[in-house]
Design a binder for this molecule. Structure first.
Ligand code: PBG
Length: 328
């Protein structure tokens, strides 16, 4: 045998020398769920190790994460039911706790990159990402609401906005609204290929944001999120987001869509983000809690796979665990 690939695996030194993928805390984005109030840190039962935080409890937690080397965070609001309505007005209300929290966080940690969520579902009494009328989710009529939300988020100090509703014309519309208000430096991380996935369950538990089971309200998000069977459609979405002015393209979920991550990485020059979603993290955690997998080995392998597939940045509920693990 002339060729023996095993020679290059014979020691840790050789393996390290030829390792093709390196994942550091620079690549990770840590999601946090924030609620109004004080002294709250409520664990999410379907996403162990993750909490609904009030700002006073979140700040010390973020400080610990920053000390571990994490630099980018994405924030999601858990909104009280009585503040939700059909048009999601709380999303840009003056006294909105999520916006105020962002300002506080950026004051305390000016060096971090803070990402928002731009969608109606946390604020919608229908539990949808867009306006609902006559059993339909309206595309264009939702745009002015998202524009107000985006401008309010940029003014609050978010560095990157994350329009996550997978409807049409978002990036161009929001880019223009931001620029008109002078927020030319606020970036947009486009949820380019977000699939109508069954793996968002724990997230919807965390925010109580599932589509409502009532007459006249569509039960799922299949008319706006992508069909899990489709790949070419992701290229169409990416082309649109690129031309409309996105700064990042995102694929979501991540582990079950590594082919899509790879496809976008091969075809586009923009940085690619992947969202390792709540259900994907929860299933690994559950297997580890059962003693069926070893967390310290399975978790980094999962994250490495997403990076190897082509994701420059990974949103993952394991960001802090990974930071602790590599720190030793
Ligand atoms: C909705 C939104 C969802 C997630 C992020 N933003 C849920 C949904 O589309 O219903 C899911 C993230 C996760 O599961 O971790 N704007």
């Amino acid at each position: 045998m002339l060729r023996r690939p095993r020679r290059n695996r014979s020691s840790a030194a050789i393996r390290g020398m030829i390792r093709e993928t390196h994942l550091t805390t620079d690549h990770l984005i840590y999601p946090f769920f924030i609620v109004d109030g004080k002294n709250i840190s409520e664990e999410i039962h379907s996403l162990p190790g993750n909490f609904r935080w009030s700002l006073d409890r979140l700040l010390p937690e973020m400080e610990a994460c920053v000390k571990l080397g994490l630099k980018t965070f994405i924030l999601f609001p858990g909104v009280a039911e009585q503040l939700k309505n059909k048009t999601g007005t709380y999303g840009y209300a003056k006294n909105n706790f999520y916006l105020k929290a962002a300002t506080e966080i950026k004051k305390r940690f000016p060096q971090i990159c803070l990402i928002s969520d731009v969608a109606m579902d946390p604020y919608s009494s229908d539990g949808h990402d867009g306006l609902v009328a006559e059993g339909k989710i309206l595309n264009d009529e939702t745009l002015p609401i998202l524009a107000k939300m985006s401008v309010a988020q940029a003014a609050a100090g978010f560095d990157l906005l994350g329009p996550s509703d997978m409807m049409d014309g978002r990036i161009g519309w929001l880019r223009e609204a931001l620029d008109e208000e002078g927020f030319t430096e606020t970036g947009i991380m486009a949820y380019t290929a977000k699939y109508a996935s069954a793996f968002y369950g724990p997230f919807r538990d965390a925010l109580d944001s599932a589509p409502k089971d009532e007459a006249g309200i569509p039960k799922d998000k299949k008319t706006y999120q992508m069909d899990p069977a489709n790949k070419k459609e992701a290229l169409i979405e990416a082309e649109l987001d690129l031309t409309e002015g996105a700064d990042f393209l995102m694929v979501k979920p991540a582990l079950h869509y590594l082919d899509v991550i790879h496809l976008l990485k091969e075809n586009f020059e923009l940085p690619i983000a992947a969202y390792h979603v709540s259900g994907e993290c929860a299933m690994l955690t559950a297997a580890c809690q059962n003693g069926w997998l070893e967390f310290d080995k399975a978790m980094p392998e999962a994250l490495l796979s997403i990076h190897r597939a082509g994701a420059d940045a990974i949103i993952t509920y394991f960001a802090k665990d990974y930071a602790e693990l590599v720190r030793g």
